[in-house]
Design a protein around this ligand. Structure first.
Ligand code: SF4
Length: 64
């Protein structure tokens, strides 16, 4: 599973960093960074929750 964020849509709400901190973080300027584009085993549920809760619908998951 692979995760990506459309940075043109992201509003920096931080929801994803709360739900899946192993995948996402906000930098010092509040800009989102994807820490792991390839979702590690055990993080699939957090990734799916982040997709569902992102207020900007900016996160995409892809089965690879
Ligand atoms: S939840 Fe969505 S809008 Fe908020 S920081 Fe993450 S990707 Fe950006």
């Amino acid at each position: 599973m692979r995760v990506d964020v459309d940075m043109d849509r992201c509003i920096g709400s931080g929801m994803c960093t709360t739900l899946a901190p192993e995948l996402f973080e906000l930098d010092d300027d509040g800009v989102l960074r994807v820490k792991a584009h390839v979702v590690p085993p055990g993080s699939e549920e957090g990734a799916e929750e982040a997709v569902a809760c992102c207020p900007a619908e900016a996160i995409a998951l892809e089965d690879v």
